[in-house]
Design a protein around this ligand. Structure first.
Ligand SMILES: Cc1cc2nc3c(=O)[nH]c(=O)nc-3n(C[C@H](O)[C@H](O)[C@H](O)COP(=O)(O)OP(=O)(O)OC[C@H]3O[C@@H](n4cnc5c(N)ncnc54)[C@H](O)[C@@H]3O)c2cc1C
Ligand code: FES
Length: 252
């Protein structure tokens, strides 16, 4: 899966709530296959540094993103209208591995951290995926529509304010689901709880890290992630060695 530099056109951009955007893009050339958990490094207007955004969904000539406007770069990007063109390097990073002979998996995500998980279910229809998705409120979930319901065996929405589904954190449902493999992307608290769950029960887990990035291709070391590997603490690059790591290795 060699990365390419592609010029993408925004086909549709939808705002949900205060700061969430669903951005559907197309291009004239065929795009490479993109695995769940890989990301695009996106050029945003009037900024030198690109911004990393995970691949939410993709096809031969289409790719879509879920973006939270949290600062200058994402704000400039999401202010664009349909028809705007931008440059992206994609797909980058390693993506989530799918293990042979395992079907009972859970997708644990929070907010925009749900985005890299959809393609695990979509691209692997043999998996029995249970999605445990956490949001502050029902409005924040709306950016995903019913996409997870299309590809997962079961979807549990969880909200902090109880306005949709389970009133509480999605991590509270892990014991009930008892997955053989857990895929996670979310806030540090969610990652720590998921890591403890995996360690306590001997469950295999993979977590996608969302470090700040510079080059996005392994050259600048801005994105260092501390991991414990082979008994030694090491700094690995989220962009080139990750962003997905075995959850037990992460020093959180
Ligand atoms: C592999 C990867 C995939 C990502 N996928 C998505 C995605 O699908 N959707 C999405 O909305 N965001 C995603 N992010 C986070 C996104 O890259 C940042 O929110 C964005 O770069 C912020 O840029 P900015 O100029 O708008 O904000 P800045 O002005 O640079 O920062 C604004 C705020 O966001 C925080 N921030 C900045 N960079 C990151 C980061 N990398 N991770 C977490 N917080 C950050 C800052 O600490 C600050 O509080 C991803 C990050 C990585 C590394
Ligand atoms: S962002 Fe430069 S090495 Fe990862």
């Amino acid at each position: 899966m060699k990365a390419v530099q592609a010029e993408l056109t925004i086909k549709r951009i939808e705002r949900h709530g205060d700061n969430l955007y669903r951005v559907e893009c197309e291009t004239e050339r065929d795009l490479p296959h993109m695995a769940a958990g890989q990301f695009a490094h996106i050029k945003v207007p009037n900024r030198d540094l690109r911004r990393p955004i995970c691949i939410y969904d993709s096809g031969k000539t289409e790719v879509s993103f879920i973006i939270a406007d949290v600062g200058a770069g994402t704000s400039a990007f999401t202010a664009q209208k349909a028809g705007a063109r931008f440059d992206a390097l994609l797909p980058l990073g390693n993506g989530f591995p799918v293990l042979p002979d395992v079907t009972n998996v859970a997708l644990l995500g929070g907010g925009t951290g749900c985005a890299p998980l959809l393609k695990i279910a979509k691209d692997n229809p043999h998996l029995n995926c249970t999605a445990l998705l956490g949001f502050p409120c029902a409005e924040a979930k709306s950016v995903y529509g019913d996409d997870f319901e299309k590809y997962c065996k079961k979807v549990c929405y969880c909200t902090d304010d109880g306005s949709l589904g389970y009133h509480g954190y999605p991590t509270e449902l892990l014991t009930e689901i008892a997955p053989d493999v857990l895929y996670v992307c979310g806030a540090p608290g969610m990652m720590r709880t998921a890591q403890k769950f995996c360690k306590d029960r001997g469950t295999v887990g993979f977590a996608s890290t969302e470090q700040r990035m510079g080059c996005g291709v392994g050259a600048c070391l801005v994105c260092s992630v501390k991991v414990m590997r082979d008994g030694k603490e090491r700094l690995l690059r989220a962009c080139a060695d990750g962003p997905v790591f075995p959850i037990e290795e992460l020093v959180l």
